[in-house]
Design a protein around this ligand. Structure first.
Ligand code: AHR
Length: 515
């Protein structure tokens, strides 16, 4: 390169670099009186009979040396209570459409076995059943969300399950419940009518499923004691908008409490990549798939708006999260993966999307709670650790049942290999005490970003902050080093007379609190 050219290049490069450093995103937060409340159920979880989620995860049995309450690990109960877990979906997933609930009640030694045909072909002894799950939900203070078996069950079987769990008077099923040791009904509100009916739930067409749904929903009485069952239709596979359209068009709205949507962040279903051993390419492509959630929620909402402009029917994203290859040396059918800063960024950005769509998205369930996919808790025999995703869910729990404060901003771009993604993700809310919370994620793997927020009209003055970050994207909590990534005090902001100036490091999640 000639000398002059080289000089011009250096000048251009330097001015670009200094411009980039000065670049600030101005984020506006509106104190809108008509904004919706962020339903706490957006922060829900999912526990399937899959790998070591239930057996060897939640449930160790009451003869275990691991401290437990009726067979459920005390350390898990404590961790999930601290997370303010609002609801838990069970028993599947694909497993739900093979599960016959009557096999999981009564004396444990008399229960038949079941072969888990979807997940590893293992034989289960049904020792964790309806009572175990619903009593555990009571301990957790979480609403149960039961997935009914439509694929291989019967209408009578599901109607009986509702009667067994919810009927307070005298009936065949409530008598059976009492015989099994439980007098008062649990009053389960949330009921899924099948799971992934387009796939493992029966490979149905949308039209066929609508017929099944209407039949099952008809016979599920709420026994006048739950304030109305929320009956949830098995939703679309990611961007299958025709599925949502058919459901909304052909199911009477008074039979439909919620419509599901499932979307996993996956690089490529044939080459999912490793959970911890990945490059920036793996990170970018996982985030690209995860951030598609914004488009999915927007487009499914638009279809729902057409048939339900009053937004009576909830969108329920009852399976979401990252899906990688299983950890080396583990059973391929058990879907065990580690959880890094990549997963924390993914969780923070996804939860911001749900918060910002709180008008329609009223429940979501991260897949899955313990030892499976993007778990918040991992166990190894007596040891238990929480993951970076757990920390994000905990930091964001301040948004539960708080009023949304709509945000607007023009995001800078995160560029990799000629492609771009939004670099900043954010949402905000005001809770019942008047405290304001602003959650922000810097998705960019390399670049620090600056954000400016005028908070003068929000009715709060003093701000504190928490950050989740780590030197490397690939960092994770291990059983040897369980606290490698934990939330710490965030000092990267200044409050200049009601204007917050925030500097947010690459791949980090920040929550500010204003009181
Ligand atoms: O979460 C794992 C599986 O993913 C669920 O069983 C199924 O519903 C989905 O395909």
């Amino acid at each position: 390169m000639k000398k002059v050219q080289l000089l011009l290049f250096i000048i251009a490069f330097c001015s670009q670099a200094s411009f980039a450093q000065k670049e600030t995103t101005v984020l506006t937060i509106k104190n809108a009186a008509d904004a919706p409340t962020i339903n706490k159920n957006i922060y829900g979880h999912f526990a399937e009979h899959l790998g070591r989620c239930i057996y060897g995860g939640f449930f160790v049995g009451d003869t275990s040396k691991i401290p437990n309450t009726a067979g459920v690990r005390n350390d898990i109960i404590k961790a999930l209570k601290e997370l303010k877990i609002p609801n838990l979906r069970w028993p599947g997933g694909c497993f739900a459409d093979t599960y016959h609930w009557k096999d999981g009640i009564g004396p444990k030694e008399q229960r038949p076995t079941i072969v888990n045909q979807w997940w590893g072909g293992v034989t289960e002894d049904n020792s964790f059943g309806t009572h175990d799950f619903l009593n555990m939900c009571e301990l957790l203070g979480a609403e149960p969300y039961l997935s009914g078996n439509v694929g291989s069950g019967t209408v009578q079987e599901l109607a009986d399950w509702v009667q067994y769990t919810n009927f307070g008077g005298k009936s065949p099923m409530s008598d059976l419940r009492k015989k099994n040791g439980r007098t008062e009904p649990w009053k389960v509100k949330f009921w899924g009518i099948g799971n992934e009916a387009w796939g493992c739930g029966g490979n149905m067409t949308a039209d066929y499923y609508v017929g099944e749904y209407r039949k099952y929903a008809t016979f599920m009485s709420d026994w006048q004691n739950t304030g109305g069952l929320t009956r949830i239709a098995s939703g679309s596979n990611s961007a299958d908008y025709n599925w949502t359209e058919t459901l909304m068009k052909d199911i009477p709205l008074n039979m439909l409490g919620g419509v599901g949507v499932h979307h996993y962040a996956v690089i490529d279903w044939n080459k999912k990549g490793d959970g911890t051993d990945f490059s920036e390419d793996g990170y970018f492509n996982t985030m690209k798939s995860a951030l598609k959630m914004e488009e999915l929620v927007t487009k499914h909402s638009a279809i729902m708006d057409k048939y339900d402009p009053e937004k009576k029917v909830a969108m329920i994203v009852d399976e979401w999260g990252a899906w990688y290859e299983v950890e080396k040396g583990t059973n391929p059918g058990f879907l065990y993966q580690q959880n890094t800063m990549r997963d924390a960024v993914l969780a923070g950005a996804t939860l911001n999307i749900f918060n910002n769509h709180a008008e329609r998205v009223r429940m979501a369930n991260l897949a899955q709670c313990v030892n499976v996919l993007q778990a918040v808790i991992l166990t190894d025999k007596a040891k238990m650790i929480t993951t970076p995703t757990y920390s994000v869910m905990k930091m964001y729990s301040v948004h539960q049942d708080a009023k949304l404060l709509p945000v607007s901003f023009q995001t800078p771009l995160y560029t990799f290999n000629g492609e771009t993604l939004p670099a900043i993700s954010a949402s905000a809310s005001k809770d019942k005490s008047g405290a304001v919370h602003i959650s922000m994620v810097n998705v960019d793997a390399k670049k620090t970003n600056k954000i400016e927020i005028d908070v003068k009209d929000l009715g709060v003055k003093n701000f504190t902050g928490t950050i989740l970050t780590s030197p490397k994207l690939q960092d994770y909590n291990s059983f040897e080093n369980p606290n490698k990534i934990i939330p710490t005090v965030f000092k990267g902001f200044e409050n200049k007379k009601g204007k917050l100036e925030i500097t947010i490091p690459p791949f980090s999640v920040v929550v500010l609190e204003g009181i």
